[in-house]
Design a protein around this ligand. Structure first.
Ligand code: ZN
Ligand code: MN
Length: 477
């Protein structure tokens, strides 16, 4: 079978984190009652005039700078004309001729090494509303109309679904670090259209392109790409011809289905938006924003290794999600035990995060509470197992670990007098294990330690118990 090359390009729409919409003062809050965050501008009433949101421009420029783009000092808006019930204006205000950012890219790791996936440009545009289908009718919610978006258009540099995932993961990470979007996939903050084509090896021009629209989960995008590549390869290998079209990913069926044959840009009759003046950015403004750029993920990983003396691996895991890195750093500032903290975070806390489906920002655990809990262990006030029992409660209900330990009498017993009586009691009750140990079965000591821990209701310091048991055996033998 002849070999085919796969080409994938992504157009990713990202909601910017502004308080108000792109061209009007309506709130961008998610989850409001349908059609409550609307006004004549975002509904497209005759005579209503748009005013550009300065903060949206700034955030898009910051994203562009963090992605290595050139910033156009003059950029303009255009109308993209089409009818769809979720857009009462009958056109989308977007940028076609002179987008705000051009060039740049996202570096991904591939089995063959790091590679730059180039960005063609980033333009600004407004979102459309949302159609909700009920059993016997459909409704339109215009709250999302006019929400500020940036559309990040990649070059067709991706060659597999895995590479597309790596690109989206790293892109999302940079945008979250940039502070310009929550990139919350469930809330539709980040949605991608993918373009896919296949062509025989050796052929220079790209094959016929198929676009799959508006996907908002990474898993869905991966599955859709995988399916679509297989489908296209099947068509070309069996001698068929692909048509340029837009397809829809049907996640329940696990397949893509034709939506419409692909329209070309000229079908939209783009023309310059007459109601908006060009956005003019001075060099000084852009440089001022550049000088205040947040840290990139890679820089943060390096700094965390340096500052907290933790392994690169730890820094990579912690910095993967910005809120986790923020939490870790806040807790480390309080308790100082960075490596112990990092171990706790990467195992126990992350386990709770994945079990609960909550993020570190949504759960009740605070950096102060985790730092406090770890300090209680390192100071010997409670033992590790007690701390591990308290953590889920702090995660779900919150609270102060010191107060919990006090009110429940969980402080560990390291008073030798009290412990000695437990040890003596255990030796008397488990003569068999004592004999086993003396006969060379060293594992019996562990059993005896466990029995002492049980008698102390888990409050004994296991280290002290071990020492006392060893001492008692030394006396016996
Ligand atoms: Zn409005
Ligand atoms: Mn778009």
């Amino acid at each position: 079978m002849s070999k085919y090359l796969i080409t994938i390009g992504l157009e990713t729409h990202v909601h910017l984190k502004t308080c108000t919409k792109m061209f009007c003062g309506c709130s961008t809050e998610f989850g409001s009652e349908p059609n409550t965050n609307v006004c004549p501008v975002c509904l497209g009433y005759p005579g209503a005039l748009p005013v550009m949101n300065r903060e949206a421009v700034k955030q898009c420029v910051i994203a562009g700078l963090m992605l290595g783009c050139e910033i156009n000092h003059i950029s303009t808006f255009d109308r993209k004309n089409y009818f769809y019930p979720d857009m009462s204006k009958n056109y989308q205000t977007t940028q076609q001729e002179l987008p705000l950012c051009v060039g740049g890219g996202v570096t991904i790791d591939t089995p063959a090494g790091a590679r730059l996936i180039r960005i063609h440009h980033i333009h600004q545009e407004e979102d459309a509303g949302k159609i909700i289908h009920y059993a016997r009718h459909s409704g339109v919610d215009f709250n999302r109309c006019g929400m500020p978006l940036m559309e990040i258009v990649s070059e067709p540099d991706l060659t597999s679904p895995d590479e597309a995932m790596a690109y989206l993961h790293n892109l999302r990470q940079i945008l979250v670090y940039a502070g310009v979007s929550e990139c919350n996939l469930e809330e539709g903050n980040m949605r991608s259209d993918v373009n896919i084509s296949v062509r025989p090896e050796g052929q220079a021009e790209l094959g016929t392109r198929v676009e799959i629209k508006n996907m908002n989960t990474f898993k869905g995008i991966h599955a859709a790409l995988k399916y679509e590549i297989e489908r296209q390869l099947y068509v070309v290998r069996s001698g068929g011809r692909l048509v340029q079209e837009t397809r829809r990913w049907e996640s329940e069926l696990g397949e893509t289905q034709p939506m419409r044959t692909k329209e070309n840009a000229h079908d939209y009759r783009y023309f310059p938006e007459p109601d908006l003046v060009p956005v003019v950015l001075s060099k000084d403004t852009v440089e001022e924003w550049r000088s205040a750029l947040p840290e990139l993920p890679a820089a943060r990983r390096e700094r965390m290794v340096r500052e907290y003396n933790i392994p690169e691996y730890d820094a990579g895991v912690l910095a993967d999600e910005k809120p986790n890195a923020d939490f870790f750093e806040a807790a480390a500032a309080i308790c100082g035990e960075a490596k112990i903290l990092s171990n706790w975070f990467m195992t126990d806390v992350m386990c709770l995060i994945s079990e609960s489906g909550l993020t570190i920002e949504q759960c009740a655990l605070t950096p102060g509470a985790l730092a406090g809990l770890i300090s209680l262990v390192t100071q010997g006030v409670i033992n590790g197992p007690t701390a591990k029992e308290l953590l889920p409660e702090l995660f779900r209900q919150g609270g102060d670990p010191t107060a919990l330990v006090e009110s429940r009498g969980l402080a560990q017993v390291s008073d030798c007098g009290a412990l000695q009586s437990y040890v003596d009691e255990v030796f008397a009750a488990h003569g068999r294990s004592v004999a086993d140990f003396l006969a060379g079965k060293k594992a019996a000591a562990g059993f005896l330690t466990g029995q002492v821990m049980k008698l102390s209701q888990g409050k004994a310091d296991p280290k002290v118990v071990n020492q006392m048991i060893a001492k008692k055996f030394a006396e016996l033998s």
